[in-house]
Design a protein around this ligand. Structure first.
Ligand code: GLV
Ligand code: MN
Ligand code: MN
Length: 411
């Protein structure tokens, strides 16, 4: 077992092939959940699963599983995976690395006569990114019983489409009941998407926890009026109120003693005209903190500020919760396995916190789980410039190989 290694060229080939699927007419990678591009990516992944001789199972929320249950393998499977949906104008590694790295690990073990005592499985979970449908991590959330499948299928997307209808349309509303398998353990390989490993020159992150995530949609209703004739003190400007919220959150984050982060990633004004005071502003707020109490305190501070700005500007404010996930602590035993396997392979390793959301944070509700990170060059992600050195991609997948082999109980 000790010298076993994945086929790096095959892994990189899969990553680059999948990365070409779902390019829009400007060449941007946009593989939003339930879209035609998502279907094309899924079809390719399923073809690779079949070519590898894995049993393919699709569940009702569209999660795809590739199962390997050779003779002698019994009990709950060791599950690896991540997601293949993307953000808008994405890089090619986010999520895909964990899915294709997982497939690579199983193919390697399968082709080298490895006899696991447990089945192995790789998953691609539906709508991890949450760009089109909220909440994010829908597939894994439903899989662990955190959201009813009917409710999730009824989710309306940013373009008015329904997740369930879109999954049916693209042929991925499967028959299996979410939760049809209970993993013995779940391990997710992922690019870090932040600067820590690259800056410190460390090859592997053993991820021991993941910060809490709070998503809201805020709607501010003001009064449209003439931009040239309305004196400043007589305005009820939804645009100004929205801008005040943006600067409030930036100032809160800057003053916070915690590593709290705050982002307004979408904003829309109505009527959206150069010479009309905005009557309406709709924007999203993404707040994150590794500490649940601090995250709750930031949500409360935002709620207070929204009341304040409503009174001060004479506007009304309503909020809608889109996602709320508490921070997660991963399984100490698997984190230690990741550290030990990286060290055994002569790789630098450090423990770390994940700033991004991942399917592992859902799977941790039902199975011992952890993550393996590899460096992101300059910490760039959710951007087409997202990149990881090939040697780091291969090294991380080899760490996953060793960890999976241990968890699958082989001699
Ligand atoms: C997923 O990429 C997230 O952390 O938003
Ligand atoms: Mn991801
Ligand atoms: Mn992402």
């Amino acid at each position: 077992m000790s010298n076993l290694a994945i086929d790096g060229a095959r892994l990189l080939g899969h990553l680059h092939s999948l990365g070409e699927i779902g390019r829009d007419d400007q060449g941007r990678l946009v593989r939003l959940a339930g879209s035609d591009a998502d279907r094309a990516g899924r079809d390719q992944f399923v073809a690779w699963l079949r070519a590898a001789g894995l049993e393919v199972v699709i569940d009702r929320i569209g999660n795809i599983f590739g199962l390997w249950s050779p003779a002698g393998a019994e009990g709950d499977p060791v599950l690896v995976g991540s997601h293949i949906d993307s953000v808008i104008d994405a890089g090619i590694y986010d999520g895909c690395y964990g899915v294709l790295g997982g497939l690579e690990v199983i193919e390697t073990l399968k082709s080298t006569g490895f006899s696991p005592t447990r089945p192995l499985a790789v998953a691609a979970f539906t709508n991890e990114e949450g760009v089109r449908f909220a909440p994010d991590m829908t597939g894994s959330l439903v899989f662990v019983g955190g959201m009813a499948v009917e409710g999730a299928l009824a989710t309306i997307g940013t373009d008015g489409a329904t997740l369930g209808a879109e999954l049916s349309r693209i042929g991925y509303a499967g028959p299996a009941q979410p939760g049809f398998l209970r993993p013995h353990a779940y391990v997710e390989l992922h690019i870090e998407q932040g600067p820590v490993l690259h800056r410190e020159g460390i090859a592997v992150g053993a991820v021991e926890n993941l910060q809490g995530i709070s998503w809201q949609r805020v709607t501010i209703a003001g009064v449209a009026n003439h931009a040239g004739t309305t004196p400043m003190h007589l305005r009820h400007d939804a645009g100004f109120a929205a801008a005040s919220v943006i600067t409030f959150l930036r100032a809160r984050a800057a003053a916070s003693p915690s590593p709290m982060v705050a982002t307004i990633g979408t904003i829309r004004f109505e009527p959206d005209a150069i010479n009309v005071i905005p009557s309406r502003a709709v924007f999203t707020v993404d707040l994150r903190d590794p500490n649940e109490d601090r995250l709750a305190a930031e949500e409360a501070a935002l709620a207070d500020y929204l009341e304040h700005i409503a009174a001060a500007e004479g506007v009304t404010v309503t909020t809608e919760r889109l996602a709320r996930f508490e921070p997660v602590t991963f399984d100490a035993g698997i984190v230690a396995l990741v550290e030990a396997e990286a060290t055994r392979r002569g790789l630098g390793v450090r423990r770390m916190t994940s700033g991004a959301g991942h399917d592992a944070q859902m799977m941790a509700r039902i199975a011992p789980s952890a993550m393996i990170f590899v460096p992101s060059i300059d910490g760039i992600s959710h951007n087409p410039r997202e990149r990881t050195e090939e040697a780091d991609l291969i090294a991380g997948a080899n760490v996953l190989l060793g960890v999976v082999a241990k968890l699958a109980g082989a001699a």
